[in-house]
Design a protein around this ligand. Sequence first.
Ligand code: ZN
Length: 209
Amino acid sequence: MEEDNKTEDGSKWIEKAKLNPRVYLFWWRLRNKAIPTNQFLCYRRLMGHDNCPRGCNILEDGDHVITTCGKLKEVLEILNSWEFWIPNCCKWMDDKSKWMVNLYCNTIYLSWKARNLWVHENKISSPFIIAFKAVDIAAVIRNSACISSGIENANQPEWLLNSWHPSAPDWIKVNIDAALFKYYKARIGVVFRDCQGKFLMAFGISYIH
Ligand SMILES: [Zn+2]
């Protein structure tokens, strides 16, 4: 029973995935009901309503943040159109690779940051940019040198420079990673950066091998 609970709240696959520390801390707070959703704030009488501030018109609790928020679904749809096929329910992450768990957790984290940017600074984040950043972080997170650092800047992250070197001037560098799955499935992720390390674009492709 205890094992089932661990699986359901994500602790099992989150520990396995070795997330970026900031993403890991966000998920730890999420699992411990310690992020300031509107439900959280309303319960403490710090907010007059508990609806999602991004126009969903339903209760914003932790479950809404990781599964049902319309803004999150827009990002997941973009990632799925790139053939990453991320489920919109974290209970399905048990059989996913570490890389896919990283991509999923990064996506939720960045979606929450975009929500806060809207709430506190009235700035709208493009779902395409969120999807790009989620892939970008997941593409380099496997290196242990990155895991001990934080996410500073999506365009020129300091932690990226510990393990990644830019291309020659006026060239574009392409990093490719691949994963093999059961039943002959394979997935390839590709990230493009310019000679200053600035993120340009990313995409994923699924194959049968
Ligand atoms: Zn919402």
